[in-house]
Design a binder for this molecule. Sequence first.
Ligand code: ADE
Ligand code: ZN
Ligand code: ZN
Length: 310
Amino acid sequence: MGFSELLRVCGVAIVFFQLITAGFGWGQHGHYAICKIAEGYLSENAMAVVKELLPESAEGELAAVCSWADLFQVRSHYYWSRALHYVDTPDFRCNYDYSRDCHDSVGRKSRCVTGAIYNYTQQLMSACHNPASEFRYNLTEALMFLSHFVGDVHQPLHCGFLGDLGGNRIQLHWYRRKANLHHVWDTEIIDTAVKNFYGSDLNNMIEALQRNITENWSNYVESWEECDSNRTVCPNPYASESVSLACKYAYRNATPGSVLGDDYFLSRLPIVERRLAQGGVRLAATLNRIFKSCGLISNAGREVQGARLA
Ligand code: ADE
Ligand code: ZN
Ligand code: ZN
């Protein structure tokens, strides 16, 4: 193979890799932070059930499996789950409506991130309150998907516009590097903050978020946890908040070809930090409600695709 042929093959491979990894969810750091925060707010009972359901490779740590749904092996093996990571809304409307927006690209209803959150909550609830049904579902997977999707729905551009695929089609620069807007919100803002402000250690950022929750945001935590009319789970307001933040902060001043630097980074970081904190607190509140008055449940289908790599 000649050098130019080699370059071409590498180029195709890189483009292919970018296509299949485009816009999966918060990057690994975001999902890890959300689930680490959630761990600190789990009730004793929920923690016990979660530990029962986690795959062995997680070693009792929920955060270890929160990016599982984004693993390449999982996304190729569970191809049907692709549309469950986001919900796109009509361009420039800046609002979200479950019955209008929650469908996949061929119009199948409930196949979106909020629909998936309802679905996996229902699977875990039915296993808990009707143990005979537990063998119909893989509860380990249900827990890992739910924990991941509650994170995703808090990423503003996972409830972005249909026309640009939640910012995936908006090509621009993050400082001096090429990026797309979606990736900026999944990964770049968090990684830049970890590097510049937290000594390149994600744990320092998580500790700062935990301190913010108990100090600066303590008055809001109860309202974050609330779910209307005693429901178990309520992803719709989270999606509405996301699209509204997408319009107000993510899309603003981020047109194709623009260069995002300090101004954008420093003004958007507080939004990202609050979404990570809200995602963590709400994931814990949801799991606490699901597993309230639930005895330990065991799961026959613990061996799941790619779990050992998580
Ligand atoms: N693919 C299409 N729309 C998307 C979105 N909003 N987020 C992630 N991936 C997507
Ligand atoms: Zn995702
Ligand atoms: Zn994403």
